[in-house]
Design a protein around this ligand. Structure first.
Ligand SMILES: *[C@@H]1O[C@H](CO)[C@@H](O)[C@H](O)[C@H]1NC(C)=O
Ligand SMILES: *[C@@H]1O[C@H](CO)[C@@H](O)[C@H](O)[C@H]1NC(C)=O
Length: 404
């Protein structure tokens, strides 16, 4: 966590991170008018007060980031289960396995043992998928397995990174109001009484529930986009193609570069930035608030406006891209540990071996409790590495400090 040298320097430092062209409009709803801010600044001259305020802000900041981490762990099963069902690699593996039993001569050349080792879990509920896959040829099944295994791992990285980023964005916008008010009170200022009405509270909860979009539609848009990119990138790669872990992860990074270059896919993942998507999201979460969108003074409209503004910002895309890179690095490291623990340079493995590893790694990233005891026992290595990224704290801090 960053240590803030002085309160003023903290604000100055992070304000530069984002170019807030229309930030003035956004901050009005905070009830922090120029007058109150000025009073706040005057009181900063008192060193003792400043230290108190600084400590208070630091504690709240850290607490908010921790809340985000716990929120995403709680939502992880809700987020990942549909992705797993949408790209059903287990059903494909089962179909391949059956073909192998009935059609021995064709299967001898393919290294499937590794793959099968991880596919013994039940494929509950997907028997219909299975019959679709059983009607395909073995070659088609390998093609599907290749595209869907890789797309699935990437879709899991993208959607969990996206959910963490969105949660940081939303909770820091909401926490900013509370922390500013308390800082002002500590500095001897006053904030309007009953500034938090129950309707405000309802609006804030409704604003948070807009993550419905990411959980229900956003991930699927990105999964579809990824499937197309994976298909063309891995076109020439057969299950028997051999490559190093570095080559494999390099190919994944190149796919990511394509996604990031088309920023629209990332925006569509994170938030209902289009009007129709927003209406659909509200209809499914708080339909009574659809009319609220007409009211320009509504806190909901201001919150949505600021969120869209932040999501459209290049710095946000940069942070998202760092998260995805961290996910692919974690994947590469985990596969290396499994396949090449002695770090033998240039050691190659068949694509089939990588696909088996992807199956293991996709269960790790979906597991809210896959960290070893010495890593505090919560989360998993993917989410924990996301959460430790410096850029993510800078992102949070830039939202925190955007109040004038
Ligand atoms: C929302 O943002 C747009 C521009 O991005 C601006 O024209 C509009 O006035 C803003 N609305 C509110 C209520 O702040
Ligand atoms: C994490 O998940 C993997 C794969 O499912 C498993 O082999 C490993 O034991 C798990 N680790 C912990 C600490 O739960």
């Amino acid at each position: 966590m960053p240590v803030f040298p002085t309160l003023a320097a903290f604000f100055r430092r992070h304000k530069k991170k984002l170019l807030w062209t229309s930030a003035v409009g956004f901050s009005l709803y905070l009830l922090v008018n120029q007058f109150v801010i000025k009073r706040f600044r005057n009181f900063q001259n008192s060193l003792k007060q400043e230290l108190l305020v600084k400590e208070q802000i630091r504690r709240r900041f850290i607490q908010t980031q921790q809340d985000c981490y716990l929120t995403i762990l709680a939502l992880l099963p809700v987020l990942t289960q549909p992705v797993l069902n949408f790209l059903p690699t287990e059903a494909i593996t089962s179909a391949l396995k059956r073909k192998k039993n009935t059609n021995k001569e064709m299967s001898d050349s393919l290294t499937t043992e590794n793959l099968m080792a991880h596919s013994s879990q039940d494929i509950g509920g997907s028997t219909s998928d299975l019959s679709v896959f059983l009607s395909k040829s073995k070659l088609e099944l390998w093609h599907d397995l290749k595209v869907k295994s890789i797309s699935r791992m990437l879709a899991l990285i993208y959607s969990s990174a996206g959910l963490l980023l969105l949660t940081r964005l939303q909770l820091n916008i909401l926490a900013r109001k509370a922390y500013l008010e308390s800082a002002i009170v500590m500095a001897g200022g006053s904030v309007p009484q009953n500034s938090q009405s129950s309707f405000d509270y309802f609006i804030e909860q409704s604003y948070l529930s807009l993550s419905w979009w990411l959980l229900n539609h956003g991930w699927m848009r990105v999964a579809n986009g990824l499937e197309t990119l994976v298909e063309s990138k891995f076109k020439e790669i057969t299950p028997k193609t051999e490559m190093t872990v570095e080559t494999f992860t390099q190919m994944l990074s190149e796919i990511n570069a394509g996604v990031i270059a088309d920023g629209q896919l990332v925006k569509n993942l994170l938030f209902p930035t289009e009007y129709d998507s927003l209406i659909e999201t509200l209809m499914n979460t708080n339909p009574e608030l659809v009319n609220e969108l007409e009211n320009k003074e509504s806190n909901l409209v201001k919150l949505i406006n600021e969120t869209n503004f932040i999501i459209a910002n290049d710095f946000t895309l940069h942070v998202f891209s760092s998260l995805v890179r961290s996910g692919v690095d974690t994947l590469g490291d985990s596969i290396s540990v499994a396949l090449n623990p002695d770090n033998v340079p240039g050691r190659v493995h068949k694509l089939a071996t990588f696909l088996a590893q992807l199956s293991v790694q996709s269960s790790v990233i979906c597991d809210p409790q896959n960290a070893s005891e010495d890593e505090a026992g919560t989360g998993n290595i993917y989410i924990n590495n996301f959460n430790d990224l410096d850029e993510l704290d800078e992102f949070s801090a830039s939202i925190y400090s955007n109040f004038e």
